[in-house]
Design a protein around this ligand. Sequence first.
Ligand SMILES: Cc1cc2nc3c(=O)[nH]c(=O)nc-3n(C[C@H](O)[C@H](O)[C@H](O)COP(=O)(O)O)c2cc1C
Length: 190
Amino acid sequence: MSEQLARINIMGMAGSLRQASYNRAALRAAMELLPAEANLDIVDLAPIPFFNEDLESQSLPEPVLDLADRAKKADALLLCTPEYNYSVAPVMKNAIDWLSRASTGEPISGKPVALMSASIGMFGGARAQYHLRQTCVVVNLLPLNKPEVFIMQAQNKFDADLKLTDDYTRGAIKKLLQALVDWTRLLKGV
Ligand SMILES: Cc1cc2nc3c(=O)[nH]c(=O)nc-3n(C[C@H](O)[C@H](O)[C@H](O)COP(=O)(O)O)c2cc1C
C-alpha cells in the first residue's frame, strides 16, 4: 500500500499592490504550477496597515489578525517581491514586520520559504531578493537556496492579460514549488 503524504499548505504574498503587478501575476502563475500535493493561499496585502507599535497596544487590526491566522496555518511561504531602489518593496517588508512580532504570535518563525522576484529591469529583482534573504535570518524564516527565480524584463514574459507566457519562467517556478514542497517535508519530517 502506498504511503499517503500530508498535503503542504503554502501561503503566498506579493509585495506590490498594483492592479497590473507582475509580482502578483507571478503568484497567480504559481497557483497553476503547484505540485498536486500542495495548496497555495494568496493573501491580499492591500488592507494591511503600516506597522505601528501603537496599534499593538490595542486589539490588532482585523486584516493583520487574518494575515497572522493564515500564516499560522501555513506549512511554508512563497514570497514574490518587486525591487524598489535595490531593495525589498515596502509592502512585503511591512507584512513581514507584522508577522515578526510577539503581538501576532510570530507565526512565520521556523517556517520554510521560497523567494521569487519580478522586475522590468535586467536583474530580475536579484538585489531585493538578497536583502530579503538577510531579513529571513532575523525573523527565522528558512529560505530555500535553489532554484533561484528572477523574472527579468517581466514586461516581455506576461501577456496583456498578465498570464505568464514564458515557458522558461513557467518551468523555473514549477521547479521552485516542487523544491519548496520537498524542503518543507524535510524540515517537518512529513
Ligand atoms: C519606487 C520604485 C523603485 C524601483 N526600483 C527598481 C530597482 O531598483 N530595480 C529594478 O529592477 N526595478 C525597479 N523598479 C521598477 C520595478 O521593477 C517595476 O516597477 C515593477 O513592475 C514593479 O513590480 P510590480 O509589477 O509587481 O508592481 C522600481 C519601481 C519603483 C516604483
